[in-house]
Design a protein around this ligand. Structure first.
Ligand code: SF4
Length: 369
């Protein structure tokens, strides 16, 4: 792809690009609004621009670079999109409708270099980092597909960076995408509505704390002890729980009065879900006295991963122990399991192995550009 990917340019960069084309500055504002506020995916649709300019833009730039390969619809309404980048790497995005508010889960990398043993994405390894434009495009696509092109985004819609990849290993592009989406003249999705989940890249947790208009933070913990966490999330060998908690304490200083951060705890049957481990987890959180809540996530089974989800009575018992020890705890309901859209299941696969992807749409019919 030689042309400039307009979707990944900040308003200032777009202004410079348009100036270099010999056009007045207000054209940049029209284009920015066309891409991000009206969510148009082709220059031809920007009828407020002269035809000749549209033709030149078409030659020199692109809005959409992701190609939709498949679109899966779960029985619970969750949608999973499998895209390919211009250089043919998979990108997955999930739209989760909920009664009170919808959530879009986006990817920050194609594949992932970390080796969490309960996650299917790990098996892809790192294919490549996504650009800011590719991150923003995922959101634009999911919004257009779910609400209609250009239809205002409902106020409560949240974004979570919990798809494929470790967002903090692609920090600069991630933060650029978040800044672009925050523009009032564009998508206007404020960072407060975005949660980014890390496996525990300690220096970036500390860096995030210094950013004034930052997204919310979630940390995938998965184990209450180093011994078990080393096994489930090998990144723990680089930054132990003690170092992680020290960074959390630092991050805590940046929390707003009613804000908390989140520990995600995937629940694996007979691995990390005993009463004793619940007590250890509560002790850990209470020892550091962090303003955090715990999300318990029953594991989403995916062949060939060697784990089973904890039973619901076990999850409940675990939750009660945490609660009794004063820890704020929630149980996350699994969504989109039948289309491999749930946490830890993203690995660019067809839904349900042999199951026909009934609602899959071919890329040529649903190409974004
Ligand atoms: S859980 Fe997240 S960080 Fe770990 S391998 Fe999967 S995608 Fe990567």
């Amino acid at each position: 792809m030689k042309s400039t990917h307009i979707t990944g340019l900040s308003a200032e960069e777009l202004s410079q690009f348009v100036t270099e084309m010999g056009e007045p500055d207000y054209r940049a504002r029209q284009i920015f609004s066309g891409v991000h506020a009206r969510r148009l995916t082709a220059f031809d649709a920007m009828t407020d621009l002269p035809k000749e300019l549209r033709a030149r833009l078409q030659e020199q730039a692109s809005i959409s670079t992701l190609r939709l390969e498949s679109r899966y619809l779960s029985s619970d309404g969750t949608r999973r999109y499998l895209f390919k980048t211009h250089d043919d790497y998979p990108v997955e995005t999930v739209f989760i409708p909920e009664e009170r508010r919808d959530t879009i889960c986006f990817s920050s990398q194609s594949g992932c270099p970390l080796q969490c043993t309960f996650c299917l994405t790990a098996q892809l390894g790192l294919l490549r980092n996504l650009t800011a434009g590719e991150i923003v495009e995922q959101i634009i696509y999911a919004l257009n597909d779910s609400y209609g092109v250009g239809v205002p985004t409902p106020k409560g819609t949240n974004l979570v960076g919990m798809g494929a990849g470790e967002p903090f290993l692609n920090f600069a592009e991630l933060m650029k995408a978040i800044r672009i989406m925050n523009e009032p003249s564009g998508l206007y999705i404020v960072p407060n509505r975005i949660t980014v989940s890390t496996a525990g890249i300690v220096p970036r947790i500390r860096e995030l704390a210094t950013i004034s208009n930052r997204p919310r933070l979630a940390i995938s913990l998965a184990a209450p002890t180093d011994e078990l966490r080393d096994e489930l999330m090998p990144i723990n060998k680089k930054w132990s729980i003690r170092e992680l908690m020290a960074a959390c304490k630092e991050f805590e200083k940046s929390l707003k009065p009613n804000e908390r951060f989140t520990f995600e705890y995937v629940m694996l049957r007979d691995v990390n879900d005993s009463d004793e481990q619940a007590a250890q987890l509560a002790k850990l959180i209470n020892r550091y006295d962090v303003r955090a809540k715990v999300n318990l996530i029953p594991h989403n089974p995916a062949e060939p991963l060697p784990y089973q989800p904890s039973s619901m009575p076990r999850v409940e018992a675990f939750r009660k122990i945490l609660e009794a020890k004063g820890v704020a705890v929630f149980v996350r309901r699994p969504r989109g399991r039948d289309i491999l859209a749930a946490c830890g299941q993203l690995a660019a696969r067809s839904a349900g192995g042999d199951m026909p992807a009934a609602s899959a749409t071919r890329s040529d019919e649903r190409r974004i550009a």
